[in-house]
Design a protein around this ligand. Structure first.
Ligand code: GLN
Ligand code: ZN
Length: 758
């Protein structure tokens, strides 16, 4: 009997083997055959891991050299015109990363994860033509190893729904063409087995969004056709990250074999059970979290499954991960430094495989080995221990939060800004930067050596001070108005703070793919958060002592720290954010008491936490804004609060941004001219705005003239008093020569605009 199911598996490799070989290939140190070889080894290893863990449904085509949406574009032959003359791996990587002649395709976030996919480009003239090579070969590859896989594909509706339509034509006008290609593919798949069935999983995560009736009406059309192509193909439609009740209702009336639902991030999926039951479809019940890293509580999982089986016959239930395991790190095996107690609370991808097998065995009442029984006992014990662990609970902080009286700044913006303008004496078009300056090899080396205990604290600090000295004197020399210390002591804007706060843990190897070969290693928030000592004050004070100008202090905001971490699952995210906010507020207060008059609280990832369903947005905005306001609440009337966001699209959320109540916000509009700034004027946005006037994501140095134009365009939208002038993000990824020239040009451009216009 087949009982358990994994939606998809990470592919970057437990030691990031794929990353390493790709980067060698891109820098021409190895040729493509080496990449292929490593990929084969990885696939083999990953299949075997799953087989050993008794997974019944193991995927093929969940591997990718870069991204599955990009693979789907190749599969469907929907290649944008500019890549016409390329083929094979050259075509593939040019689409992903661009080449000398062609710009890369756009990349964007996969729903509310930190994974990024390559966005398909669709226009009226897009044509589709099947290229089934990868899908078929990967199936055969597994089969040769003795593993019969299910085949993972991106569903037709999600594929088109996530594409960019270049000419404003209707993206879904191509639905029949895509279905035709998939039909042909399914026919080929049906021939892979002479006798025996093949399971094909169509991922349709788009179904968890609020869809209009037009898109909903496609569902039956598409799956009536695809689920009828061949009698030996069993079609699964899987959704994840939220509930998909509207779609489920329709899908049960199509000939698909099974429906995959996420019961962890879409608890409302429970409502779908009634109509699934009547349809006799198989339910692939996602009960093991594919997004977070905490050990499952077996008792709770089995209870949830029992709940489901009150409605759905056990024979029709398969136990599954809630989503692909792509979004969690590979294994705990290499975590040698992690506190053993905390480690005992965690499960990464390979550990989740074992959970899956144990939970399904328990649920289905299968015989357990002695070892399995003791694993289950241990799980109960560990979960109990975690609940009462002193590591998690900090009574002092809980009490402080209960006693909180001040939740926001006491002074109104209108009063604050008057006092601030008087105090700072800036006139208009004030120049500044976003915080970081180039992270040089010396700076990285310095941090590394210090961490490895190879140099003393004094030597380490001397090196940082030297950097700050140079950074300040450069900014002074070129005549910037508001200076920064440059952030040379920070590896990363979240990790730096996490390392100084109680409640955070860091791993050595818990990498998660972000895009292509890039991975991130998010911190783990496991317990109550507490800030014992100031985290930034000494460095900012030091920088301020080196100049007569204002030095702006730099902090990361609570919502961003939350959104870029793995967050404990035993407390609501809003409460965790509140604890972080309290910690940051103490830093704000210490900074202002140390004489720092401007403080920037970055919320780079504010927008990333937005819920997928409209019905949940209000609640998120409420607590996210409240916690940002709490973090800046101690700021006095003459302490100016800045924030920075790595976005340019504010149309839907402008009122929320205003409600955050910062005095100045800097944003990422450089690539859109003044187009996206207009919303600020339209809604009568009151606070000051620094629309980035040049793109820091490229090494190009913009000319003075270009920046003069850019500033003049901004002035067409907002009055000069409301505008700040700055680059569009931090400069840490750039090199000094570019940065020096660009900032010099920026300051000169402002001087020219001021002289010629005012
Ligand atoms: N202060 C940070 C920096 O300049 C902000 C970076 C960001 O928002 N991504 O690097
Ligand atoms: Zn930014």
């Amino acid at each position: 009997m087949q009982k358990n199911y994994v939606l998809g598996f990470p592919r970057i490799g437990e030691k990031r083997e794929l990353k390493k070989v790709l980067e060698k290939y891109w820098s021409k140190q190895v040729d493509f055959s080496e990449v292929k070889y490593v990929a084969q080894q990885l696939k083999k290893r990953h299949w075997n891991y799953q087989k050993k863990a008794n997974v019944d449904f193991i995927s093929s085509n969940d591997f990718s050299y870069y991204d599955n949406m990009l693979d789907t574009t190749i599969l469907l032959g929907a290649i944008p015109k500019r890549f016409e003359n390329l083929k094979d791996e050259e075509l593939y990587f040019a689409m992903a990363r661009g080449n000398d002649n062609c710009v890369a395709m756009e990349m964007t976030k996969w729903f509310n994860t930190n994974y990024h996919y390559i966005v398909p480009e669709i226009s009226k003239d897009t044509t589709f033509k099947l290229n089934s090579k990868k899908v078929i070969e990967e199936y055969k590859e597994a089969k040769e190893l003795g593993i019969k896989t299910k085949i993972n594909l991106i569903g037709a509706i999600t594929y088109l729904g996530l594409s960019n339509n270049l000419d404003n034509s209707d993206k879904f006008s191509h639905i029949n063409n895509v279905v035709e290609v998939y039909k042909e593919l399914l026919s080929q798949i049906s021939e892979l087995e002479d006798d025996g069935e093949i399971v094909v999983q169509f991922d349709e995560p788009l179904f968890v969004k609020d869809l209009d009736s037009k898109v909903l009406s496609l569902i039956k059309r598409v799956y009536d056709v695809l689920a009828n192509v061949s009698s030996n193909i069993k079609v699964v439609v899987s959704t994840y990250f939220e509930h998909s009740n509207e779609a489920s209702k329709i899908l049960v009336n199509t000939p698909i074999w099974a429906l995959g639902l996420d019961f962890i991030h879409g608890s409302k999926n429970i409502e779908a059970l009634e109509f699934i039951k009547n349809s006799n479809k198989v339910l692939i019940a996602g009960v093991i979290d594919g997004r977070n890293i905490w050990k499952s509580n077996f008792e709770e999982k089995v209870e949830l499954l029992e709940e489901i089986s009150k409605v759905i016959n056990k024979d029709n239930i398969i136990v599954s991960t809630s989503s692909s395991l792509l979004h969690v790190p590979f294994t705990l095996s290499y975590e040698e430094k992690l506190d053993t107690e905390i480690k005992s609370w965690l499960a990464f991808a390979t550990e989740k495989l074992k959970e899956l097998s144990l939970i399904s065995k328990q649920f289905f009442g299968l015989n357990l080995t002695l070892e399995e029984s003791s694993s289950i006992k241990r799980n109960i014990e560990e979960n109990k221990q975690r609940k009462i662990s002193t590591k998690i609970h900090n009574i002092k902080i809980q009490k402080e939060l209960e006693d909180l009286k001040v939740f926001q700044r006491v002074d109104k913006f209108e009063d604050r800004i008057k006092v601030q303008r008087e105090f700072f004496k800036y006139d208009f078009l004030t120049t500044t930067t976003i915080g970081s300056f180039p992270q040089t090899p010396q700076i990285r080396e310095n941090r590394k050596s210090y961490k490895a205990n190879l140099i003393s604290k004094d030597t380490y600090e001397e090196e940082i001070k030297k950097y700050i000295d140079d950074c300040i004197s450069f900014q002074d020399e070129i005549g910037l108005d508001v200076l920064v210390h440059g952030e040379p002591e920070r590896n990363d804007m979240v990790e730096y703070f996490g390392e100084m706060l109680d409640g955070f843990a860091f791993t050595q190897n818990a990498w998660v793919q972000s895009y292509g070969s890039r991975c991130v290693k998010p911190p783990l928030i496991y317990g109550d958060i507490n800030r014992e000592n100031p985290m930034t004050v000494e460095w900012i004070k030091y920088a301020q002592s080196k100049t007569k100008k204002i030095v702006k202090g730099m902090l990361t905001g609570p919502v961003t720290i939350l959104n870029w971490s793995f967050v404990r699952d035993d407390k609501p995210r809003s409460q965790v954010a509140q604890q972080i906010a309290l910690a940051i507020s103490k830093e704000v207060d210490d900074l202002q008491n140390a004489g720092i008059k401007m403080i920037q609280v970055d919320e780079a990832a504010f927008k990333e936490g937005y819920p997928l369903r409209i019905e949940n947005i209000k609640t998120y905005e409420q607590w996210a804004v409240d916690n940002f306001k709490l973090s800046i609440s101690p700021a006095k009337i003459d302490t100016q609060i800045h924030t920075h966001m790595c976005y340019s699209e504010f149309n839907d959320i402008i009122k929320t941004i205003e409600a955050m109540d910062a005095d100045v916000i800097s944003i990422e509009t450089a690539r859109s001219g003044n187009r996206l700034l207009k919303i600020f004027k339209e809604v009568g946005y009151k606070q000051e705005v620094g629309p980035g006037i040049y793109d820091i994501h490229s090494p190009r140095v913009p000319s003075v003239k270009e920046m003069v134009n850019q500033i003049e365009e901004l002035l067409e939208v907002l009055p000069k008093e409301q505008l700040w002038i700055n680059p569009d993000c931090g400069l840490k990824t750039r090199k000094w020569p570019e940065v020096k020239q660009s900032l010099k040009n920026m300051v000169e451009a402002v001087q020219i605009v001021k002289k010629t216009n005012y």
